[in-house]
Design a protein. Structure first.
Length: 115
């Protein structure tokens, strides 16, 4: 069974930065599409960024130029570097892995942007 474990969330002031990590069991990072989603209170879960296999990235318009998704296959880890954080970025962030009919989710990590 594949497991995804997120870390790196926390409380940060507007304009600050955080780096989220998603560690995967097994070597799925190298062959799966890896994404980060977020869900704010009272809102639907939305795709924030995706790093597709074998290559290519996409971002939701609201984070373009501020967030960067990357993967380290040697460490079986996917990252989301978040710069210029805004209060509207506050949400639980989830890691996602997809390949064909197989989809896995992490448990989520809370990101709160507030002064």
């Amino acid at each position: 069974q594949v497991q995804l474990v997120e870390s790196g969330g926390g409380l940060v002031q507007p304009g600050g930065s955080l780096r989220l990590s998603c560690a995967a069991s097994g070597r799925i990072i190298s062959i799966y599409d890896m994404g980060w989603y977020r869900q704010a209170p009272g809102k639907q879960r939305e795709l924030v960024a995706i790093n597709s296999y074998p290559g290519g990235t996409n971002y939701v318009d609201s984070v373009k130029g501020r967030f960067t998704i990357s993967r380290d296959t040697a460490k079986n880890t996917v990252y989301l570097q978040m710069n210029g954080l805004k209060p509207e970025d506050t949400a639980v962030y989830y890691c996602n892995a997809v390949r064909g009919p197989n989809m896995y989710w992490g448990q989520g990590t809370q990101v709160t942007v507030s002064s």
